[in-house]
Write a protein that binds this ligand. Structure first.
Ligand code: NAD
Ligand code: ADE
Length: 469
């Protein structure tokens, strides 16, 4: 067996394989794409790097990409989200995988680099990214080389952010051993397909600043991704994360959901279904009005700090719950985040404060303030559904990952010029279609005269680009 992997324990491979076999039955989109493209092998001869939570569902994505011909290397996109048995099952098939639950930040970024490095000084042709860390490492490394080539020296490190320091040190280490590494690999990169809202926000920024080095596909904004995974996925996996860690009774509790976008809507609905009193915070008047008209109270966080039993951040923004906020919460409050990055909650400030931290178990910490008030933090502020549970269920990940596979095929076949792309609506509708039968859903077929009357093609697309679902 190939030993090109870094995982927790290869002996978990059999358990991982059993879980993969069960989940394959719940991922009809990916299985249909294997059936459709397995013999054509549109990804043949292409090196593919993945930076996306190493779960059972991702294992099925990886095996689909391999079935389509890709040469795959994989890392997780979060230090707590790996399911070690899934990683072991993938390693056992001789696919290089670098991920385990509970990585340090240094290990995490080393793993991302391992997934990018194909040996023989080669990098990927294609990237599957979730949150944009693989893309970021490549762009940061490339920019460092640019600076060196122009100025003849390495720039000083100015950041004091812990994780940014890790990245800055890593790219300096790489530069020392191979000063032209990133310039050597970038021309081979066809493009990246990006899974999540926060990763897409990063790409939009890079495109606006004219910094994109290769093409990028926005998978998140396919309707069959954000209107399903972000909404229905979180509607189930938020509660899973809270329950598996704290085992707390939710009924009757007051839950404050910060942000009422796709994820926030799913979270609010979930908590309401448990019998919670749900309060929403929002900055956008449209989302605030939506929340109000769903019957949720909409308040400023500062006005409900002593009311909430549980606080959930879902914004993709930073500094949502500060140390000062946490100090003002009621005794026994639970705080967690389901947005992509942990900077929604001031965890570092909490850790450096006068609150005493005690670990109940991994990813479940109690903080006691000098006034004896206690607060529970889940997954150290990282995404609670993947840190404290196993993320979304397979079926909804099949819709997300079918979009990923279609984006990868598009990139491989068309090699589009450097820009930020969305999947065409025909493919979005196709992804939905692939999942209907599994739920015994019957689709009504337009008559010719009905199609004529509403002015659409009988076989779709059924909506205009700007339709919001
Ligand atoms: P979104 O843009 O649809 O929603 C975010 C909402 O937060 C917006 O309505 C915005 O107005 C609001 N917001 C921003 N700043 C705020 C503030 N200071 N206070 C209150 N509200 C504020 O994004 P989304 O698709 O819902 O994704 C949210 C986050 O969740 C992103 O980081 C995304 O990457 C991540 N995500 C996580 C998972 C998961 O499984 N954990 C799944 C999908 C997306
Ligand atoms: N994001 C949310 N849930 C996930 C899962 N189960 N696998 C991979 N990525 C995810």
């Amino acid at each position: 067996m190939n030993s090109d992997y870094k995982i927790k324990d290869i002996n978990l491979a059999d358990l991982g394989r059993k879980k993969i076999s069960i989940s394959e039955k719940e991922m009809p989109g990916l299985m249909a794409l294997r059936e459709k493209y397995g013999s054509e092998k549109p990804l043949k001869g292409l090196r593919l790097t993945g930076s996306l939570h190493m779960t059972t569902e991702t294992a099925i994505l990886i095996e689909t990409l391999k079935d389509l011909g890709a040469d795959v290397r994989w890392a997780s996109c979060n230090i707590f989200s790996t399911q070690d048995e899934a990683a072991a099952a993938i390693a056992k098939t001789n696919t290089p995988v670098f991920a385990w639950k509970g990585e340090t930040l240094e290990e995490y970024w080393d793993c991302t680099f391992d997934a990018i490095s194909f040996g023989g000084n080669l990098g990927p042709n294609l990237i599957v990214d979730d949150g944009g860390d693989a893309t970021l490492l490549i762009h940061k490394g490339h920019a460092l080389e640019e600076f060196y080539n122009t100025n003849g020296c390495i720039p000083e490190i100015t950041t004091t952010n812990t994780e940014e320091l890790v990245v800055e040190n890593l790219i300096r280490k790489i530069h020392k051993s191979n000063p032209n590494y990133w310039h050597h690999i970038v021309p081979d990169i066809i493009g990246v397909s990006e899974e999540t809202t926060t990763g897409v926000a990063r790409l939009v920024q890079m495109q606006e600043d004219n910094e994109l080095l290769f093409s990028a596909f926005n998978v998140n904004d396919s309707a069959t991704k954000s209107k399903f995974d972000n909404l229905y996925g979180c509607r189930e996996s938020l509660a899973d994360g809270i329950k598996r860690s704290t085992e707390v009774m939710l009924a009757g509790k007051t839950v404050v959901i910060c942000g009422y976008g796709d994820v926030g809507k799913g979270c609010a609905q979930s908590m309401m279904s448990y019998g919670c009193n749900v309060i929403v915070t929002e900055i956008d008047p449209i989302c605030a009005l939506q929340a109000a008209m769903e019957g949720f109270q909409v308040k400023k966080l500062e006005n409900v700090l002593n009311k909430g039993h549980l606080f959930v951040t879902t914004t993709g923004n930073k500094d949502i719950i500060t140390l000062e906020h946490m100090k003002q919460m009621r005794d026994q409050a639970i705080v967690c985040n389901i947005g992509h990055f942990d900077n929604e909650i001031e965890v570092e400030a909490l850790n450096n404060s006068d609150a005493l931290r005690e670990q109940i178990k991994p990813q479940y910490d109690c903080y006691t303030f000098p006034n004896k008030k206690q607060l529970y933090l889940l997954a150290e502020g990282r995404l609670v559904n993947l840190g404290c549970a196993t993320g979304h269920a397979s079926f909804v990940m099949s819709t997300s990952f079918a979009n990923q596979v279609l984006a990868q095929i598009f990139l491989a076949k068309n090699k589009p010029s450097t820009d930020l792309y969305n999947l065409p609506k025909e493919l979005d509708e196709e992804v939905a279609r692939l999942h209907l039968k599994h739920l015994d859903a019957e689709l009504t077929v337009l008559t010719d005269s009905q199609a004529d009357y509403i002015g659409v093609n009988k076989n779709g697309p059924f909506k205009k680009e700007e339709y919001r679902y």
